[in-house]
Design a binder for this molecule. Structure first.
Ligand code: MN
Length: 200
């Protein structure tokens, strides 16, 4: 068994003007595809082959190609699903209540998440995770993921933002803060709620 490139649940152009079609196409067919090829090569013939990706991230953590490309594969799988051209703009129901309880308000959550995304030096991700029913915000470097041990934030990632330059440079150049602000117009809160319910 080997991992395969997923199909986007929307067209490359569907997230415009927030993320442009060319960025989406290159991000999926070049960056994500390369992580998958390299992950498959890294685990072929090893004890990690045929394990679920969540287990590979933990058991293969000390192997740099597995850590980098396994994270790259899994993070992007989720990222495509965290985006939607039909965003509701804010969380609802149980998730909304949990965010208010953890951060004070949705606006306060957005501010803290944006700070984590802006403050990540170099390449990485900002995260909203749930662990033992509690929400937390943080960031990781490179393609690390909060399921990996000892990366500074721990829990199941229910929302993540790719802040590698490849995610925004064509349209936003050095303006990462503008990209982060745009992200909140295209978050698939139904997916975030689904992951919260499954992993809280
Ligand atoms: Mn990326």
């Amino acid at each position: 068994m080997s991992f395969e490139l997923p199909e986007l649940p929307y067209a490359y152009s569907a997230l415009e003007p927030y993320i442009d079609a060319k960025t989406m196409e290159i991000h999926l067919t070049k960056h994500h595809a390369t992580y998958i090829t390299n992950l498959n090569n890294a685990i072929a013939g090893t004890e990690l082959e045929n394990l679920p990706i969540e287990e590979i991230l933990v058991k293969g953590f000390d192997k740099t190609p597995v850590r980098n490309n396994g994270g790259g594969y899994f993070n992007h799988n989720l990222f495509w699903e965290w985006l939607s051209p039909k965003s509701k703009g804010k969380p609802e129901g149980e998730l909304s209540a949990a965010i208010d309880s953890a951060f004070g308000s949705f606006d306060a959550f957005k501010e803290e998440f944006s700070k984590a995304a802006t403050g990540r030096f170099g390449s990485g991700w900002a995260w909203l995770v749930v662990k033992d029913g509690k929400l937390a915000i943080g960031s990781t470097a490179n393609q690390d993921n909060p399921l990996m041990p000892g990366v500074g934030i721990s829990g199941y990632p229910i929302l993540g933002l790719d802040v590698w330059e490849h995610a925004y440079y064509l349209n936003y150049q050095n303006r990462r803060a503008d990209y982060i602000a745009s992200f909140f117009s295209i978050v698939n809160w139904d997916k975030v709620a689904e992951l919260y319910a499954a992993h809280k």
